[in-house]
Design a protein around this ligand. Structure first.
Ligand code: NAD
Length: 293
């Protein structure tokens, strides 16, 4: 029975390996340049999920030798104050990357905030310049979560060329850039979203060789929607309170059932999440290198 189960794409292990390699690279670079790479992490308000993400990112920075400069602002910060902070960080020679933890409180214009980051410090790859470069298949900083998905596929030698890929979710943070990256890797890509009728979503999913789900709805993808042998990438992160009152994380895919028919599957947690952080660190080091040499 076990041999029929999908192979788990172990993002946690791959992220640890990537971070080990980065640590060595940073030690060498630091000896040459005389300083460590610096990442500014901006957080606004007290969203508990964002606090966890920010803490994880700071810890990961520490582990590899990136200095993280935390900037935590109250929820009532104004657009002008936030933009002024970003302008200062753009000019700061110790800062190689600027990250704004999303979502921002509703009164702030998040796209406009991202727009203020100088594109070569936009280590989240969300500035229109970097997203535009991706759309044009030009080199540039790639957004972390979709790049993490692509790295997992490459590492496990999962061929994308000529495969039917369905991406569910069309956000600028995940779904859209992931669709573009799969296209760049020669897949035939379809993007579904909230206005895709459920019956059509099911049909599209059943045809997909590579099924990527970035929605934020537990159990959106059930086993009857998955083509036998498909590669299933679960990007969703949902916080569910169990009967014991403890909060646990789950993705968008019914993992225990889908695992029985897929060829590869990412767990939540331990799949795409850790890869997002690993790529963020890589992007910061790449930006550091580009600015120093
Ligand atoms: P978002 O809310 O911006 O986008 C959600 C997308 O899902 C939208 O494009 C919407 O059209 C689509 N959608 C909603 N309901 C749908 C339905 N019933 N059928 C089909 N499509 C539907 O969210 P996001 O920022 O793109 O994040 C998506 C999920 O990925 C969230 O759970 C988020 O927590 C998670 N996420 C994970 C990581 C990671 O590192 N693993 C990083 C970013 C986001």
């Amino acid at each position: 029975m076990t041999s029929q189960m999908a192979q788990r794409l172990d993002g946690k292990a791959l992220a640890q390996q990537t971070q080990g390699e980065l640590k060595q690279r940073i030690e060498t670079l630091k000896a040459q340049v005389g300083r460590s790479p610096g990442l500014a992490v901006i957080m606004v308000g007290d969203d508990p999920a964002s606090e966890v993400y920010v803490r994880n990112k700071k810890r990961a920075c520490e582990k590899v030798g990136i200095i993280s400069f935390g900037k935590h602002f109250p929820a009532n910060i104004t657009q002008a104050e936030l933009e002024a902070t970003i302008h200062e960080l753009n000019e700061d020679p110790e800062i190689d990357g600027i990250l704004v933890q999303l979502p921002l409180p509703k009164h702030l214009d998040a796209p406009q905030v991202i727009y203020q980051i100088t594109p070569d410090k936009d280590v989240d790859g969300l500035h229109p310049n970097n997203l535009g470069r991706l759309a044009r298949e030009e080199p540039g900083i790639r957004s972390c979560t979709p790049a993490g998905v692509m790295r997992l596929l490459e590492t496990y030698n999962i061929s994308v060329t000529s495969k039917k890929a369905l991406v569910i979710g069309r956000s600028s943070l995940v779904g859209k850039p992931l669709g573009l990256m799969l296209l760049e890797a020669n897949a035939t890509v379809t993007i579904a979203h909230i206005y895709t009728p459920p019956e059509e979503l099911k049909e599209l999913a059943q045809q997909a060789d590579i099924l990527c789900v970035a929605v934020g709805k537990p159990n959106l993808i059930t086993a009857d929607m998955v083509k036998p042998g498909a590669v299933v990438i679960d990007i969703g992160i949902n916080r569910i309170e169990g009967e014991d009152g403890k909060v646990r994380l789950t993705g968008d895919v019914d993992y225990p059932e889908v695992e029985k028919i897929a060829s590869y599957i990412t767990p939540v947690p331990g799949g795409v999440g850790p890869m997002t952080v690993a790529i963020l660190l890589e992007n910061t080091v790449a930006s550091f290198e580009q600015r120093c040499f």
